[in-house]
Each structure stands twice: as structure tokens, then as C-alpha cells.
Design a protein around this ligand. Sequence first.
Ligand code: FO1
Length: 315
Amino acid sequence: MITVLAGGVGAARYLAGLVQVVPPDDITAVVNTADDVWLHGLRICPDLDTVTYTLAGAVDAERGWGLAGETWRAVEALARYTPVAPAGSVAGTTWFRLGDADLATHLYRTARLAEGAGLARVTAEVTRAWGVGPRLLPMTEDPVETRLTVAEEGEIGFQEYFVHRRHDEAVSAVRFAGADRSHPGPGVLDALAEAERVVIAPSNPIVSIGPVVAVPGVSEALAARRADVVAVSPIVAGAALRGPADRLLRGLGHEASVVGVARLYTAVAGTLVLDQADAALAGDVEAAGVRPVVAPTVMSGPAEAAALARTTLVA
Ligand code: FO1
């Protein structure tokens, strides 16, 4: 079994490569849930859904999230109510766009949670409905929420930062509210202990992998078998391939480079796969206490994703 620590788009693409080289039912992904939101009375789990839709071959490939061929009639109809919603109400929120077909996933999940099912069980049902082979485990079933401190207002929620403000704001602190009281989701610690290899996907180390590692017991489980843990840098030539990872790293006082990533992962990963563009920094990664493996990491298509997956298996 291979266990993968996963955020959203980068992890989903890596997993789509991994299923080409390993039997899908040998793969477990432990997925970030600190991006989750309750909106319109619905529980939305963006990273779980991004991974599910990608592995099902149903994702909108250009956006990287949501469903291909999606329509937006519900959210467009909701816009009628936005002007009448009183100050402080989120009922008329349309900046977080829920597609018509995607809504079905949130409806099903929310109804099952209301019936008393845990998120791990509901996730297994959702992935089964989509014919997804790998097992997706929520990092926790407890509420954990990424909160970011921005210059003027103080703390804001993750989707407010990421979607509403287009991650275009300086962040001086990040915390995972509730993480200290949370418990690993069902199966998570076993998946970390029993895997032949644990891969930290090329996801944002601060806001995607950070929350997973902040769940009590996870960093200890990784540290206990650090030699079998291989991380993939999401930073290539000093920049994130998508999203705000480079700016977040700098804002929080880290180096926005493979060396900064290596320093963050030193306690939990024995090996870091870095792109050929960063080959000159391999010595500095080694000096940070992580064994560097230089290989192509940019997943421009399915063949490149499969090649990266192969690299992480032999690294
Ligand atoms: N990302 C956006 O940039 N804009 C959106 O309106 C948006 C809606 C959305 C709805 C459901 C879902 O599962 C994901 C959605 N995302 C949207 C992506 C999401 O914000 C990010 O994928 C993650 O939270 C970061 O990993």
C-alpha cells in the first residue's frame, strides 16, 4: 500500500499519475479538510471533491476543481437574493461558485452527515458512486479550520482568502483552528503505519499539507518512519506552479524554494523530490537534512504525472 498526504489540485494530478503505475486499490490518500466550508447549509469539502472528480476523470481540467461541462444556473439564480441579504448574512453568497451538478455531491454529503454518518463513511460512499479506486480518508472528522491573518482585518477564513480575495493579500500568520483538539480520521494512523511508502504530494506545504500534519498523531506517525516518507516539492525554480504557496512561504518567513520546503519537512520526510530546474540547490536540501532526488516534477499531462509517480516509488 502507498499512502499519500493530499491537498487539492496538485495532489489530485499526482494521484491520477499514481493510479497508472500502482493498482488503485493499493492507494490510500489522507486528504486535507481544513479548507472545508459550510455554505447555504451545505458541507463543502473542496479537496476531497477535487481528488474524487479528478480520479473519476470528471474534473474540469482547466480550472482543476469542479466538474467538466458544469452549468451554473443555481448560483446565478441565487444572485437575485444577494442585494436583499442583510449585512452580516452569507445567504446571498455567490463568489464561492457551486455548479449545478457539483451541488448534488454537497446535498448528498450534508444529508448523510445529518443522518449521523461520519465524513469518512460518506466519503467512501461518494467515491464508490464515482467509481474511484483509491481509498480517500479525511484527515479528521473533527472541525479544523484554516485561518489566515491579513494586514488590516486580522483573521479571515481560507475560502475568503483563496477565492474571494484571489489569494492576492499578504498573510502574516496561519493557524489551523481546532487542530489541537482533533483526532485522526478513521484509518489514518493505520494507513500511515502500514504503507510501504508514504508520499507527501506536491501540494501547498503551508495550507494543504500543514493542516494534515497538525492533526495530533500524524507528525509522530510520519517521523517514526521518516526514511519511507518521500515529499514532492510544489515549488519549482522559486515559484508555485499554481496558487499562493511561494507568497505564503515568504510571508511567513520561509524561503520560497525547494530548500524552504525541505526545512519545513525535515522532521517528517527523509527524501524530497525536486525539479531539474532546482538541481543546483540539491546540496542545500541535503544540508537541511533531507535527501534530494532530482527529477522532472511538472505534471503537464498524464504521462508526466505517471513518470513523477514512478519517481516517488523508487526514490
Ligand atoms: N475555487 C475558485 O477559485 N472559485 C470558486 O468559486 C470555487 C468554488 C468551489 C466549489 C466547490 C469546490 O469543491 C471547490 C471550489 N473551488 C473554487 C476550489 C477551492 O477553493 C480550492 O480547490 C481549494 O479549497 C484549495 O485547495
